[in-house]
Design a protein around this ligand. Structure first.
Ligand SMILES: CC(C)(COP(=O)(O)OP(=O)(O)OC[C@H]1O[C@@H](n2cnc3c(N)ncnc32)[C@H](O)[C@@H]1OP(=O)(O)O)[C@@H](O)C(=O)NCCC(=O)NCCS
Length: 442
């Protein structure tokens, strides 16, 4: 037997060795590999060689479906039980009792702030909401009907040209400065993108308002001297921001960590993460939900639509999740928030269809067997639509709070001595070496 790993074998509390023995049937050799926190090190497989000079065994995992890329202390999800926690705090409690900026502090720093720390944090963010005038002019140069998410991605990337100190990613002070700037300025970029798309003049930040209140002012203020945000609306957006702040190693967070691992500045890495979020499989599902509900058109047509989904002719958008195999806890909170918003805005006709769809699907064997439950996107689009947001802005509304999660994950990655530049291996399946053929002989 060949011993591997770090040398000292660990026993669990029942005295059982935390290792796995692998037999390589090509050579008959056995290897004992360490198991740590329910994982084996992919690198340990490299010693399995079929012959002298063999590169060694690799693991193949498209889409990282079963690969842990990091050790993280930020967000915990238990998909079977529908649990989501930030730094150990259940999402339900944070949504009910915390605020977005307090949750942002928790995600970035690891603990809830005391009153003084929260005040200082809020004040620092409040002081950095303005964009450089050249940034504003740059945004004005976008095509009149530019997609707001494209504007968001491009503008966040452009910020690296304004803050040249951002490249000092190994300097904790620089990491702090860019963290504050990004959290403070993404609502401004988002609101400018929205106003641009509507052909309306940009509204400068109003630092007398709350984080969300100021965002709403930049979106909707017209000629009034000061915009007064509706408290129900302000609270609803604050809750939605808390729910979207982090979700461990999803596609955009992986992009943030992967791009950031080259030690590029955090603006460039955040732009890459936002670009990942732009894709319909990630940040765009709530738009698909709206399209689906509009197409169904009436509650009476729901059974027919479900039949159509079951026969494999389409998806029930907003249902199912790679990790959650029970009710997405965020969907349950959003559903409650929707009730409060609709009391104010009047009901959204799509809500009735959504509720009927959920009722029928949750009683249907097809969905029960496959553990398909509503996810975060099932109700979020309906709220955004009721608030008058066009679908193009949906991913931007997601990107604002997720910037906090991206930054928390980026900082953890930079501070983790075990992390290296992300550089996966490949299984080469192309042609073998061959000679160049001159064009007249092809
Ligand atoms: C989120 C999602 C990509 C997860 O996919 P996944 O974990 O790879 O699960 P799978 O695609 O393997 O699905 C397992 C089974 O459930 C079915 N299924 C999954 N989601 C479904 C949906 N929304 N509607 C109908 N059937 C669905 C699949 O067809 C598959 O059926 P099969 O076993 O008969 O082939 C998938 O559920 C989906 O496409 N949902 C709709 C899009 C969406 O709401 N995305 C937002 C996620 S937050």
């Amino acid at each position: 037997m060949v011993q591997t790993g770090k040398g000292t074998r660990t026993n669990n509390q029942d005295g059982v060795r935390e290792t796995i023995t692998v037999t390589d049937n090509r050579t008959g050799r056995e290897y004992e590999l360490d198991i740590t926190d329910g994982t084996v090190r992919a690198r340990d497989f490299r010693q399995l060689k079929a012959y002298e000079g063999d590169f060694g065994l690799m693991v193949y995992d498209p889409g990282f479906a079963n690969t842990a890329s990091c050790r993280s202390a930020i967000t915990h999800i238990n998909g079977e039980q529908g649990i989501l926690e930030y730094r150990g705090y259940p999402i339900e409690e944070l949504a009910q009792r915390s605020s977005f900026l307090e949750t942002a502090y928790l995600l970035i720093h690891g603990d809830l702030p005391g009153a003084g720390a929260l005040e200082a944090w809020t004040e620092e963010i409040r002081m950095h909401t303005y964009l450089h005038e050249s940034m504003k002019q740059m945004m004005e140069a976008f095509q009149y009907d530019a997609h707001p998410m494209g504007m968001f991605v491009g503008s966040v990337a452009a910020m690296s040209t304004f803050y040249r100190d951002a490249k000092n990613v190994n300097d904790p002070q620089s990491r702090h400065d860019q963290t504050i700037r990004l959290i403070a300025k993404v609502p401004t970029i988002a609101a400018f993108s929205y106003r641009h798309n509507l052909g309306k003049p940009y509204v400068y930040p109003d630092n007398d308002l709350s984080y969300v209140g100021n965002f709403l002012s930049m979106l909707w203020k017209m000629s009034e001297p000061q915009y007064k945000p509706n408290p129900t609306l302000e609270k609803a957006i604050d809750v939605l921001f808390i729910l979207h702040a982090d979700h461990e190693q999803n596609c955009s967070t992986n992009a943030m960590r992967s791009v950031g691992s080259s030690e590029v500045d955090p603006y460039s890495a955040t732009a890459a993460a936002a670009a990942a979020l732009y894709g319909p499989l990630h940040g765009g599902a709530n738009e698909a939900v709206i399209r689906m509900l509009t197409e169904i058109g009436d509650k009476s047509r729901v059974p027919q639509f479900v039949k159509h989904v079951k026969s494999g002719e389409g998806l029930l958008w907003g249902f199912g999740h790679r990790i959650y195999k029970s009710y997405d806890p965020r969907a349950a909170i959003i559903k409650r928030t929707a009730d409060e918003v609709f009391e104010m805005t009047g009901p959204n006709p799509l809500l009735e269809i959504a509720l009927e769809l959920e009722r029928i699907a949750l009683e249907d064997e097809y969905f029960i067997e496959r553990k398909l439950y509503p996810n975060v996107d099932f109700y979020s689009g309906i709220i955004y639509q009721a608030l008058g947001f066009p679908v193009d802005i949906f991913p931007v509304l997601f990107a604002i709070p997720r910037t906090v999660g991206w930054l928390a994950q980026w900082r953890e990655m930079i501070e983790d001595p075990e992390q290296k530049i992300a550089r996966p291996r490949q299984v080469f399946v192309g042609p073998e070496r061959r000679a160049y053929v001159p064009i007249e002989r092809r």
